[in-house]
Design a protein around this ligand. Structure first.
Ligand SMILES: [Zn+2]
Length: 632
């Protein structure tokens, strides 16, 4: 058996978005990811994957689960196999010895990794026999030890060097692995020739591809493996596997643009750097990085191209920037790349510059102000208009609030005025947000005679798509909750607790004995959460109850929370409010077991929530006084 503790740890280390995306390409939709459901046939996507809840749900067929559940349901894996696969991705050892065989797909992937591994060994061996390649690396200041650590090799200057490695050069897998190119008239040749070879590892340390730098003046200067079943440049980061421990020790990860930069930095003691692979930073990259560290420093050249690349990285970082996570941007002096910089000025100078990295929030506002100086009314208006989509992209509540305050200050507007312009409300305003939706739905209902309460959760190809997408993506105010769907109080408590399972420890929660499935589910949920000793997450709790009698009640409550756009922040308030109402109701009905002082009031819960948000915001370095922007 695999201990539950390990399952909980595992689920907090893997990203379900990564896992699902490997099988079902996902598209970003608001805070979530969507695709057409792999479990039933449909034309418009109702399969939703939530990165915050680490849970997937199909609003069409009801399929749902965690990353483990997905591998089981979609990949047809057994529970132990699914756990094993995820553990390997996360670099964890499953505390268990025996393990049955794996699926065909995995074996095929193993075939390709066996090929890339053989190629890596070959290139490494060739380096020893190439004085020219060795001279090049020495000239760049690299020692043999660093070259060995990164497994650097050399692809000889010939058409078919790999023919000496593999028994059949005609083997199609060599092409699939991106090592051999089939040219005209079936003429096959090696992709990498006369290049310094940098093997690219996945999170398990397996070689999945290569980067090759030309030795002379040839073109292209840098050549990477193509997209293969193993390698996708949009999700892999060069050096991440080797840097993992150093990243943890340093409490930060530096992101540079080239593999030579990563190696040069490591040569000078900065061994917590990684590189994107000939592509700009993607949201997947950013998510991967934030799983390794709360502090990610993007390092760019100080020239116009560098600032442009930094801006793209910023745009991709904003949506995944959680409170407590900190993205910084550092710019090297014009004309220097990290390799030049660290060779000329050394580790200390580099780290000093890294420590002064501009927080994402500041970089965003500084750049926007440079483009739209708020020195006139028109300028301020242009600034707000330009900032609007970026602020809308933010999902972190504290960061959003702080950004709004800064922007209001810069634009010389009262904050609530700015919020109005940005389309946010300073005060909860009942009905405002629900109205357009309700209007849509009334129309829709008239036309279709669907059951109103369920209409929104179904994937229907009619014109109602907009009514499902737009308003439901937006977080609802707690005050609005319940008006839409009027779920039972118990169901409301289940939802809140699933979103914030840690809160089960902070008060006397009801364990109803009414005998309904929802009562039973809530009781079981409270008992498990209050009694567990490890950190609780939504996915961890759902996995614990997978295949239990309570699973369907819990999953549908969670899906309803998703559909209504209830965030974890709202859940805290909703829980305190719901608990208070529950006990009031119980008291009115003469229920004897009403607890006394220990029930947190709604105000108390709100205060705790605020404290927690402040705590998280303080650890994010992005809080600066407004005047610093003007100093730039
Ligand atoms: Zn489905």
């Amino acid at each position: 058996m695999i201990p539950n503790d390990f399952i909980q740890t595992l689920l907090s280390r893997v990203d379900i978005v990564d896992v699902v995306d490997r099988y079902v390409p996902l598209k970003k939709a608001g805070a979530n990811y969507q695709a057409c459901c792999p479990f039933h046939s449909e034309k418009t996507p109702s399969f939703t994957v939530s990165p915050t809840k680490q849970f997937y749900h199909c609003f069409g067929c009801g399929a749902h689960g965690t990353a483990i559940g997905f591998l089981m349901e979609h990949g047809g894996k057994s529970f132990p196999d699914a756990v094993e696969e995820l553990a390997r991705d996360a670099g964890l050892q499953v505390p268990r010895i025996e393990r049955p065989g794996e699926s065909d797909r995995r074996e095929q992937a193993m075939d390709l990794t066996a090929i890339t591994l053989e190629a890596a060994k070959f290139y490494r061996g060739q380096l020893k026999d190439s004085p020219r390649a060795i001279a090049y690396l020495k000239e760049r200041g690299l020692t043999g030890a660093i070259a060995a650590k990164f497994g650097i090799g050399y692809a000889p200057d010939a058409w078919q060097p790999l023919a000496s490695v593999f028994s059949s050069y005609e083997e199609p897998a060599l092409e699939t692995a991106g090592l051999v190119i089939a040219g005209d008239a079936d003429k096959r040749y090696d992709r990498f020739r006369d290049r310094i070879m940098f093997p690219i590892h996945d999170s398990r340390g397996q070689v999945i591809g290569f980067g090759g730098r030309v030795l002379g003046d040839g073109e292209p200067k840098y050549l990477n493996s193509p997209e293969t079943p193993l390698f996708s440049k949009g999700r892999e980061l060069y050096g991440l596997f080797l840097a993992r421990n150093a990243i943890r020790d340093a409490g930060a990860v530096v992101v540079v643009e080239g593999y030579m930069d990563v190696v040069a930095l490591a040569q000078h003691g900065i061994d917590y750097a990684v590189a994107t692979l000939g592509t700009s930073t993607t949201p997947t990259h950013v998510q991967k990085l934030f799983r390794q560290s709360d502090r990610v420093i993007f390092c760019f050249d100080g020239d116009a191209a560098g600032r442009k690349a930094a801006w793209r990285a910023l745009e991709n970082a904003l949506p995944v920037l959680a409170d407590g996570k900190n993205a910084g941007f550092m710019f090297l002096p014009d004309g220097e790349d990290p390799d030049d910089f660290v060779r000329r000025r050394g580790k200390v100078a580099f780290e000093e510059l890294a420590n002064q990295a501009t927080p994402a929030s500041e970089f965003l506002l500084t750049e926007l102000c440079a483009q739209h100086p708020p020195t006139s009314v028109e300028g301020a208006a242009a600034l707000v208009a330009a900032a609007r989509p970026h602020i809308a992209a933010l999902t972190a509540p504290v960061l959003t609030a702080l950004m709004q305050r800064r922007l209001a200050d810069l634009a010389g507007l009262p904050e609530n005025e700015l919020r109005r312009l940005l389309g946010h409300r300073a005060e909860p305003d009942r009905g405002h947000r629900a109205e357009p939706d309700r209007g849509h739905r009334a129309e829709h209902d008239r036309g279709h005679r669907t059951e109103p309460a369920r209409a929104r959760s179904h994937d229907d190809a009619s014109g109602s798509q907009g009514s499902r997408d737009e308003p439901s993506r937006r977080p609802l105010r707690p005050a609005q909750f319940g008006q839409r769907r009027a779920p039972s109080l118990v169901r409301e408590l289940i939802q809140a607790l699933l979103l914030q399972p840690e809160l089960a420890r902070s008060g006397t929660l009801p364990r109803p004995e009414g005998g309904t499935p929802e009562d039973a589910a809530l009781s079981a949920l409270v008992a498990y959460c209050a009694g567990s000793e490890h950190t609780l997450t939504t996915a961890g709790v759902m996995q614990y109850f997978a295949e239990s009698p309570h699973e369907s009640v819990l999953a549908s409550a969670l899906a309803a929370a998703e559909d209504a756009g209830i965030t974890a922040e709202h859940a805290a308030v909703q829980l305190a409010d719901g608990v208070a109402r529950y006990w009031q109701q119980a008291q009115r009905e003469g229920f004897p077991g009403v607890p006394g002082e220990s029930v947190p009031t709604a105000e108390e819960a709100e205060r705790l929530r605020q404290l927690e948000m402040v705590r998280r915001a303080v650890s994010a370095v992005s809080i600066r006084q407004p005047k610093t922007t003007r100093d730039h």
